[in-house]
Design a protein around this ligand. Structure first.
Ligand SMILES: *Cc1c(COP(=O)(O)O)cnc(C)c1O
Length: 391
């Protein structure tokens, strides 16, 4: 009986997350956050220059293995600049999953380009490489090193893989496709700091990648983001474009192009430096939380917990359950019952092609994404959730 299964699901949730109320993903400030913030205020360097922001970039590069990290005001700004640096121009198209946070598509719009929505598959929750290949083979033509949409005749310039809820997508498959179809790749690793694809940190597998440090992400700077690249010239361009394209000089205001005021403030980076110090502890706590959920949901055969893909290590940013096929009509009842009981649960994002601003964008058939959307529920995943308790 449906109501019986929801009661068992609630009990499993309660056995891990405690009595509630429980947020979806609350940040945890258990390290040097206060100390660095006070130090930053006392120094008066709270804005776009200061030692914390340089230090944060250095430590991010070190942690991810990227040669360069450029800190910016948020993940959306990082995507905007990364897309521009990939050569995305007005009226281009950019391939992007329909199953992603709205920011991924917004950044494409900021470039004057058109999001072109592609399908996702249920194992990684990321782009369906097999379906995308079949779609490209019949709907695009590669001429003179560029990929054209046969129907709109526009250039399809780039592909934006996204690592959904921290689970790495099939990057080898996507990089091979991008190579074959002459597409630039910008990796949206906003959710996947601490996730690895075959031992390589997500966001560093393509020429450009981005991270987000919004309040609900694995670590936070309040608001913040970063561009990752191994290419020194791209890194120099990213720093220049995100700092109003000012030509360094002791007193002259010379800007050699129209840039952006996207530099991460030092005060945000102060918070970030403290958060980065605790990242390994946070990641370990999130793995423990996943395995506690795995045990608790084991007997609830109506749902399946999303786990890291083979050969990958996930940061388990947001845990998700998938309702078994046939139970789609129970999704909203589960959302209502869990939220009523004080557990903040959420459905997947509304698929982007069904949002008003993107309704006219080109797209392939999105059957996989629709199936995921009808069955997926995110459950509380904050790093402090288990507290000191061992599962
Ligand atoms: C959070 C997020 C972003 C944007 O990050 P902000 O820092 O909030 O601008 C982009 N893409 C995805 C998939 C995200 O989850």
């Amino acid at each position: 009986m449906a109501t019986d299964f929801i009661a068992r699901l609630l009990e499993a949730l309660r056995s891990v997350a405690g009595p509630g109320p429980v947020a979806l993903h609350a940040p945890e400030f258990a390290g040097n956050e206060r100390r660095y913030l006070i130090e930053c205020v006392d120094s008066t360097f709270v804005s776009s220059v200061g030692p914390f922001v340089d230090d944060f970039e250095r430590k991010l590069a070190q942690f991810t293995g990227a040669k360069h990290a450029i800190a910016v005001v948020n993940g959306t700004a990082a995507l905007h600049v990364a897309l521009r640096l990939s050569g995305v121009q007005p009226d281009d198209e950019v391939l992007v999953p329909a199953l992603t946070f709205v920011a991924t598509a917004n950044a494409i719009i900021y470039c004057g380009a058109h999001p072109h929505f592609i399908d996702s598959e249920p194992v990684t929750l990321g782009i369906d490489v097999v379906a995308l290949r079949a779609y490209l083979e019949t709907n695009v033509v590669v001429e003179g090193g560029r990929c054209f949409n046969r129907h709109t005749r526009r250039v399809i310039r780039a592909l934006v893989p996204m690592h959904t809820f921290g689970h790495p997508v099939d990057m080898a498959g996507l990089l091979a496709l991008a190579d074959e179809f002459q597409l630039q790749v910008v990796e949206d690793a906003a959710e996947s700091l601490g996730s690895y694809y075959r031992g390589v940190h997500t966001g560093t597998l393509a020429r450009l990648g981005i991270l987000s440090f919004n309040g609900n992400k694995v670590i936070t700077t309040g608001g913040g983001g970063a561009i990752l690249t191994n290419d020194s010239e791209l890194a120099r361009r990213a720093k220049h474009l995100t700092t109003t394209a000012k030509v360094p000089h002791r007193w002259e205001y010379v800007h050699d192009e129209s840039g952006y005021n996207y530099r991460m403030p030092n005060i945000n980076a102060a918070l970030g430096c403290a958060q980065l110090e605790r990242l390994p502890v946070i990641l370990a706590a999130k793995r423990r939380l996943f395995s506690a959920y795995d045990t608790a949901f084991g007997p609830v055969s109506e749902v399946e917990l999303v786990r890291e893909p083979d050969g990958c290590r996930s940061n388990y940013w947001l845990n998700a359950i998938l309702l078994r096929a046939g139970l789609e009509d129970q999704r909203d009842s589960v959302l209502t019952a869990t939220n009523d009981a004080g557990f903040m649960t959420r459905p997947a994002w509304r698929l982007l092609h069904r949002l008003a601003p993107f309704a006219a964008c080109p797209r392939m058939k999105l059957l996989g994404a629709e199936r995921i959307e009808s069955r997926l529920i995110n459950i509380p995943s904050g790093p402090a959730l288990l507290g000191g308790r061992e599962p």
